[in-house]
Write a protein that binds this ligand. Structure first.
Ligand code: PGA
Length: 260
């Protein structure tokens, strides 16, 4: 069994303002500083990347700075968009691609998301591709097909060497922000199926190394059971990432899952 270092990502979405973002980052920096078992990434809104990045830098924190989205073109007439090199300028090292809110609220499709994955990797970023089925797809027994399609399209054309910088977040859409969580067993099954897709698309070795995170109403109370599953390598956290105590409880659960 390959040991995979779990990732806990805090996806702040379109929440918090500057002072709150800085305060949250400061309390996390104080508490996460010495954690070597878990990779922690914060994904603040664009306008606060610089301020949060400064908190992390000033404390020489191991917490990584992530962006929730970007545009794949290097520069040009793309009003309202943000390029990878602009993010790199701010100290961003990690990017999300294809969060379900980008897919289903904003309307991004697999072709665009694949361009973003490739552009993110080309620029040296760590890329977290999000996949997951909607409720009606789950009810129609399409969960594995949807995840397989989004994974295959998302990672099409990725150089196998770059897969070390790719992680996948499985987030069933019906579980995001709803208080409903997939059972640990359902999540584990979905993760195994996604890992098999990666094995077929790349290699068994790459599939064994790729981190697959679970997301969707993860809290301190359900994180231990989820993270105890052998194919769940941490979590992408929304609501519970907005308060230091709640987020720390999840980081602790990930840390304990390593030592367990
Ligand atoms: P949630 O969001 O934890 O609030 O369900 C997770 C996510 O969308 O990344």
């Amino acid at each position: 069994m390959t040991p995979r270092k779990p990732i806990v990502g805090g996806n702040w979405k379109m929440n918090l303002h500057r002072a709150q973002a800085v305060d949250l980052a400061k309390s996390l920096v104080d508490r996460v500083n010495s954690n070597e078992d878990v990779e922690v990434i914060l994904f603040p809104p664009f306008p606060y990347l610089e301020a949060v990045g400064k908190v992390l830098r000033d404390a020489s924190s191991p917490i990584r700075l992530g962006a929730q989205d970007f545009y794949h073109q290097p520069n040009g007439a793309y009003t309202g968009e943000v390029s990878i090199s602009m993010l790199a300028d701010l100290g961003v090292t990690n990017v999300l691609v294809g969060h379900s809110e980008r897919r289903h609220v904003i309307g991004e499709n697999d072709v665009l998301l694949n361009q973003k994955v490739l552009a993110g990797l080309k620029a040296g970023m760590e890329v977290m591709l999000c996949v997951g089925e909607k409720l009606e797809q789950r009810e129609a027994n399409q969960t594995d097909d949807i995840n397989a399609g989004q994974t295959r399209y998302g990672l099409a054309g990725v150089d196998p060497k770059d897969m070390a910088r790719v992680s996948i977040a499985y987030e069933p859409v019906w579980a995001i922000g709803t208080g409903k969580t997939a059972t640990a067993a359902d999540a584990q099954n979905a993760h195994v199926a996604i890992r098999e897709v990666v094995a077929r698309q790349f290699s068994t070795d790459i599939a064994q190394h790729v981190r697959i995170l679970y997301g969707g109403s993860v809290k301190g109370s359900n994180a231990p059971e989820l993270f105890a599953q052998s194919d769940i390598d941490g979590g992408l956290i929304g609501g519970a990432a907005l308060k230091a105590d709640d987020f720390m409880a999840i980081i602790d659960a990930a840390t304990n899952s390593v030592s367990a």
